[in-house]
Design a protein around this ligand. Structure first.
Ligand code: NDP
Length: 459
């Protein structure tokens, strides 16, 4: 029998890699993991966690603004970007330490450096080679910027989290999660923000109503939204930067951030040495058990370009360990995954949007409400909340729940249980409201909207 240095070697210590490695190690096998940046990966080090800390800071700004309506006088208010960034960095260091500790306690051997596949049983890290029975690729993804003249001047979310000072004016290119979230952060902390996107509305793939609603709310906050912008050239000028759009429009600012998607990290990891061909997006193709085309190599998380979310990478990692080390074949569903965009106000979604549900199910019932949350009244804040349910007309099963408004991510996480388990609208209606709350509207909506063709005929 061949003796390997390791039973499992994981390339990449982000959410998926760490979850799989420590769970595998506690089964008693010998596990190695390598990382070329910092243990914790995108989510902990330069994604979800630091971003959320900055969102909290912007929300505190909102609370200070709103406080006068509630009787508070807050004088001499000031904000210190450097202080925030250094507090955030300290917290990220703490979490990084926790992740390292978790791996060590599980007995995982940690190697610093970029991992490269030499053959199907050998990984090279920092010039040394290790043999292994199984390999897990969990190298994540990285931001990409538009391929235009002057592209070297773009910053991405990586740099945005480490700026030495808050820009006075910033352009944010993109209409996805990262663009919308950072627009809210920079605006909330005091910058002048212009968001430029190619489509008519941001957040392609989200429910159309949600897209229109959040665009209005972001505009109300003073974030300038410009649609139909295709970047053509980025120029450094004496005063900052000028972004030239393909249609001749120009936009100026002190800093330009590209939030134009992310790409799987497969370059230079030796896929060709083992005969794995990345797909068109550069991702490692896998089956429902995260198996690659090579029988002893698996891949989880963003590098597989399935659903690029931390809890999904962790669920895929757990399923891999369950399947391979506990003899319990497990594949996770990539449908009905609750997700949020931490804009101000935030968005929470689980399941299908109205358009996608009509396409898949035909007849659907739509329940929708829009109102000004109680908290905003005394505050004098002109910000509204949207809540929407999408229901399959034939079975009355809940297909989707959507919310834009305070605490939407927290509320939708719980409502996800109803959508994932196929509860019906009537089962939701049986629940007594918790009053006074915003969430109660989800069990109080009784009047469905007229079908679009009926509404049109009535116009
Ligand atoms: P997204 O895929 O969400 O959005 C990319 C945006 O960039 C789209 O608006 C797209 O426009 C635009 N775009 C792409 N190429 C160009 C180009 N050449 N010129 C101009 N615009 C361009 O990517 P993000 O980078 O925002 O986020 C990546 C992923 O990370 C997300 O999909 C999500 O899975 C995850 N994420 C999740 C978060 C959360 O859970 N809260 C937070 C942040 C990230 P168009 O629509 O026209 O194609």
């Amino acid at each position: 029998m061949t003796e390997y240095d390791f039973d499992l070697f994981t390339i990449g210590a982000g959410s998926g890699g760490v979850a799989a490695s420590r769970r595998a190690a506690v089964t008693g096998i010998k596990v190695g993991i390598c990382e070329d940046y910092r243990i914790g990966g995108t989510c902990v080090i330069r994604g979800c966690v630091p971003k959320k800390l900055l969102v909290y800071s912007a929300q505190i700004g909102d609370a200070i603004t709103d406080s006068a309506g509630y009787g508070w006088s807050v004088d001499n208010v000031s904000f210190d970007w450097e202080k925030l960034i250094s507090a955030k960095d300290k917290e990220i260091d703490r979490l990084n330490g926790i992740y390292i500790g978790m791996l060590e306690r599980a007995g995982v051997h940690v190697f610093e450096g970029r991992g490269k596949l030499i053959d199907a049983h050998t990984v090279e890290v920092a010039g040394k080679r290790y043999t292994t029975k199984r390999i897990l690729i969990a190298t994540g993804g990285r931001p990409v910027v538009p391929d235009i003249e002057g592209k070297e001047h773009f910053i991405t979310s990586n740099e945005a989290l480490h700026l030495e000072s808050l820009p006075r004016r910033i352009l944010i290119v993109g209409g996805g999660y990262i663009a919308c979230e950072f627009a809210g952060i920079f605006k909330g902390l005091g910058a002048e923000v212009t968001q430029l996107y190619r489509a008519d509305l941001p957040l392609r793939g989200f429910d159309g109503d949600v897209r229109g609603f959040i665009t209005k709310e972001l505009s109300k906050r003073g974030i300038t939204q410009v649609s139909g912008v295709h970047p053509a050239k980025l120029e450094k000028t004496a005063f900052g930067y000028t972004l030239h759009a393909a249609d001749g429009r120009t936009f100026e600012a002190d800093l330009v951030m590209a939030a134009t998607g992310r790409k799987p990290n497969t370059d230079g990891i030796g896929l060709e040495a083992v005969g794995i061909t990345p797909d068109k997006a550069g991702a490692v193709p896998v089956d429902e058990f995260s198996r690659t085309s090579v029988s002893n190599i698996w891949a989880v998380g963003d590098v597989t370009d399935r659903v690029a979310l931390t809890p999904v990478a962790i669920a895929e990692a757990r399923a891999f360990v369950e399947t391979e080390y506990h003899g319990n074949p497990m594949a996770i569903s990539h449908e009905n995954i609750p997700h949020a965009v931490f804009t101000l106000p935030p968005i929470g979604v689980v399941g299908l949007g109205e358009e996608a549900a009509r396409e898949k199910y035909g007849a659907v019932d739509i329940y929708r409400t829009e109102f000004r949350p109680m908290r905003n009244i005394l505050a004098g804040r002109d910000e509204r909340c949207l809540m929407k349910l999408v229901v399959d007309r034939a079975s009355q099963r809940l297909l989707g729940a959507h919310m834009v408004g305070p605490d939407a991510p927290e509320i939708i996480q719980t409502l996800g249980v109803a959508v994932v388990n196929g509860l019906t609208k009537q089962q939701l209606d049986r629940t007594i409201a918790l009053h006074p709350s915003t969430a109660e509207e989800f069990v109080l909506m009784r009047d469905k909207l007229p079908d679009p063709e009926v509404a049109k005929a009535a116009e």
